[in-house]
Design a protein around this ligand. Structure first.
Ligand code: GDP
Length: 177
């Protein structure tokens, strides 16, 4: 019998960057047209990676900005984070930097399992943030970077698979210290 491990992952980012659309595409396999501001939503999905099974509990949050105070529920008991900005909004990219700093401090400045996602990559004419900038920021945190479009299912599978792998990677690196 495989062990089912519980993983709580919080999706954070400025409003309207596509947090809900990514979670919805991943869990329901559909793209959401039209804007529906999220209060806070949770999703559950069993993810199988090789021989391991994970019960992934996703928390899709209302958008934050640089002034947001993150509640304890975004820190305590959370295994990993998907931090989302939109490649069409430089402001959303700047907000992500400040959110990361708050999480990092909230966790006592330990290494965090994070996947940084530059979403809306299909809107190439409106691009304000280059992929290389996202990559550089993720590297400075020791995190994984991906660009995505919530219109595509596969990339959402990759994002949430990656965050489970990042959680394992960070846990293992502590085990070796
Ligand atoms: P949230 O506030 O961050 O949860 O953002 P939503 O998921 O509600 O998305 C905000 C708007 O952007 C909606 O109208 C979505 O249909 C649209 N949207 C989200 N992701 C994408 C994407 O990857 N590409 C495009 N073209 N539109 C997107």
């Amino acid at each position: 019998m495989p062990l089912v491990r519980y993983r709580k992952v919080v999706i954070l980012g400025y409003r309207s960057v596509g947090k809900t659309s990514l979670a919805h595409q991943f869990v329901e396999g559909k793209f959401l047209e039209g804007y529906d501001p999220t209060v806070e939503n949770t999703y559950s999905k069993i993810v199988t990676l090789g021989k391991d099974e994970f019960h992934l509990h996703l928390v899709d949050t209302a958008g934050q900005d640089e002034y947001s105070i993150l509640p304890y529920s975004f820190i305590i008991g959370v295994h990993g984070y998907v931090l989302v900005y939109s490649v069409t909004s430089l402001h959303s990219f700047q907000v992500i930097e400040s959110l990361y700093q708050k999480l990092y401090e909230g966790h006592g400045k330990t290494r965090l399992p994070v996947v940084l996602v530059g979403n809306k990559a299909d809107l190439s004419l409106d691009r304000e943030v280059q992929a290389v900038e996202g990559k550089r920021l993720a590297e400075s945190w020791g995190a994984t970077f991906m660009e995505s479009s919530a219109r595509e299912n596969q990339v959402t599978q990759d994002i949430f698979t990656k965050v489970i792998q990042e959680i394992a990677r960070v846990e293992n690196s502590y085990g070796q210290e």
